[in-house]
Write a protein that binds this ligand. Structure first.
Ligand code: SAH
Length: 355
């Protein structure tokens, strides 16, 4: 039964709710079904992208945040968090270092820092764009106004990551302060797509209170919105948050969601996330073998990396560090893959370079 559902999903790119439930439960409990699902997902990615894995240089530009998400170590109530904000020069230096290593995508990520106004961000984006026009600029700076999204797009940003975090509205509400609204988050994602951004969404797997049905809602929401990029990682507790005593998300369930997402969206850019690499030393590799085709090494200044602590023990060394690109290449080679140094836009011919 579950095997047939894998075939059906690969063919139709969607299942009904009961079938998703059957597939998720069977994959969680039966090793052979799990292996079959991952295998099908990995093969789907190989058919689209070959054995090349895209790389994105992640620059964590600010650890200040005016939000208070219950799971995140950067929440404003965490008075012990070390706060920093990179200068324009720091950011340009990170890009220059990354460009020399071979990165052709820079991801500027940060908390919802009130100092990151349009007046401050637009020159940063346009300077990067002006200096390295062949590189893609991805932003991951939380919810902003429509006007701001547009201005940043026109300044040269072409991609935006804004995970929906939880499609189940009551689950979302239980994990976010009342000032945040599920509907605004979803409307930001829709607006980003409308503006023309390659847009990423995604969820945290294993959030306290999350059920299999919540995860199915995540799949249905993504089916409706059709994102270009999908970030899925396990929940990892942070000791200075209200969720500190909760268990981390299950790695197997995370891999199941990655594999299902790959079968639903063969063209999507799906990272093997840092959270996956943090919960298991083989997490990155397992992500790729479940259909992921992107990794996002850390390109932040080494001195600030430990301060961008969204969860405990976040890895930023070894193959997770941009400067150790050789280690990443070796790690990929061991499973038959290699780095694809091209920009890796959504669904363009560039994706098929170096297959
Ligand atoms: N402020 C930006 C970037 C947030 S950090 C935004 O709101 O989009 C990037 C992602 O890290 C978040 O979207 C969230 O999904 C993830 N994250 C935060 N805390 C986490 C935790 N404790 N465990 C796992 N993932 C977490």
């Amino acid at each position: 039964m579950a095997y047939r559902l894998v075939e059906e999903l690969a063919l139709k790119r969607r299942l009904d709710t009961d079938s998703y439930r059957t597939l998720i439960t069977a994959s969680a409990n039966n090793d052979a079904v799990f292996a079959h699902l991952r295998d099908k997902a990995a093969k789907t990615a190989i058919t689209k992208f070959g054995y090349g894995i895209f790389i994105r240089g992640l620059i964590e530009i600010s650890s200040y945040c005016s939000n208070d998400c219950l799971y995140c170590g950067l929440r404003r109530s965490n008075i012990e968090a070390e706060r920093y904000r990179l200068s324009d020069e720091d950011i340009m230096e990170c890009c220059a270092t990354g460009y020399d290593i071979g990165f052709r995508t820079f991801v500027l990520q940060g908390g919802e820092d009130r100092a990151l106004t349009d007046d401050r961000l637009i020159p940063i984006v346009s300077n990067i764009h002006g200096k390295w026009p062949e590189a893609a600029i991805t932003l991951s700076l939380g919810e902003r106004t429509d006007d701001s999204f547009r201005k940043l797009f026109h300044a040269g940003a072409s991609r935006y990551l804004l995970r929906h975090e939880a499609a189940d509205e009551s689950l979302y509400n239980s994990l976010h302060p009342v000032q945040m609204s599920w509907s605004n988050r979803i409307s930001c994602i829709n607006r980003l797509i409308g503006i023309g951004y390659q847009t990423g969404m995604g969820m945290i797997v294993g959030l306290p209170g999350q059920s299999v049905d919540s995860l199915i809602k995540d799949l249905s929401l993504m089916e409706k919105i059709q994102p270009h990029m999908i970030g899925i990682g396990p929940f990892i507790p942070h000791r200075r948050t209200p969720l500190c005593n909760n268990r981390p998300g299950d790695i197997r369930l995370t891999l199941i969601m990655i594999a299902i997402s790959r079968l639903m969206f063969p063209d999507a850019l799906i990272p093997a996330t840092t959270a996956l690499a943090t919960v298991s030393s083989t997490g990155r590799k397992e992500g790729i073998l479940s259909g992921a085709n992107v990794v996002m090494p850390n390109l932040s200044p080494v001195s600030t990396r430990h301060k961008y602590a969204i969860y405990d023990n976040k890895v930023s060394s070894a193959a997770e560090a941009a400067e150790n690109i050789n280690l990443l290449e070796q790690e990929l080679n061991r499973i038959g893959y290699r780095i694809n140094y091209s920009r890796g836009d959504y669904n363009t011919d560039i994706n098929h370079e170096q297959i």
